[in-house]
Design a protein around this ligand. Structure first.
Ligand code: SF4
Length: 206
């Protein structure tokens, strides 16, 4: 892909991407959204069922968890650029339901061109990886969340990266207490990202 000159132009190109097989079953390309000069970029895994239909990243139940965690961290979501590592929904059908499936490394790699372009054009001060697939895309290798959260990391695609759990994982916790703890931890990681963004005099880049 030649170097893009605007996010809107890249977004239009991504609509017609056929660089892996995920476009076939998905409704649409779900590109990132938010201010084009956001200091913080959030990167999720891939669109889920709601995101695929709405054409917007990190909405639906996971989006509501993210909103709660942002409130914990006193961050205004409208100030963030939010996107996914993979831009098409991957799923298998079970009856009428579409069950999320984790993207493969090959699919993450194929889609990296769009994330790279978003990072280049937004030029954030810090990027937050929400979950293992996003961490893989940004770090350039498999990166365990539990062992790497809580401090900034040097990624292959960008630095600094803060890794944290995907908001949907909070919903999968077994009980209310565990969900509360997971939400608080997510909020702490987002607060760390906000501190890094505040302290950074210039936008970082790997
Ligand atoms: S998932 Fe990414 S690489 Fe695959 S077709 Fe969609 S936009 Fe292209």
């Amino acid at each position: 892909m030649s170097r893009p000159d605007s996010l809107d132009r890249v977004r239009r190109r991504a609509r017609d991407c056929r660089d892996c097989g995920l476009w076939r079953e998905a409704t649409q390309t779900v590109f990132g959204e938010g201010p084009h000069s956001a200091a913080i970029m959030l990167v999720g895994e891939q669109p889920g069922d709601r995101e695929d239909r709405a054409g917007r990243p990190v909405v639906g139940p996971a989006g509501r968890v993210l909103d709660e965690a942002l409130e914990v961290a006193s961050i205004d979501r409208a100030a963030l650029y939010t996107t996914n590592a993979v831009k098409h929904f991957k799923f298998r059908e079970r009856g009428k339901r579409r069950i999320h499936q984790r993207p493969s490394v090959g699919e993450i790699d194929a889609c990296l061109q769009w994330l790279r372009a978003e990072i280049e054009l937004v030029s954030p001060r810090v990027v937050v990886a929400l979950g293992a697939s996003a961490a893989h895309a940004l770090m350039g290798r498999a990166t365990a969340i539990g062992a790497n959260r809580g401090h900034p990391l040097e990624g292959a695609l960008f630095s600094p990266v803060v890794v944290t759990a995907h908001p949907s994982s909070v919903l999968r916790e077994r009980d209310r207490e565990a969900r509360g703890a997971a939400l608080a931890q997510l909020g702490e990681d987002l607060r760390l990202a906000a501190e890094i963004a505040r302290a950074a005099p210039e936008n970082g880049r790997a």
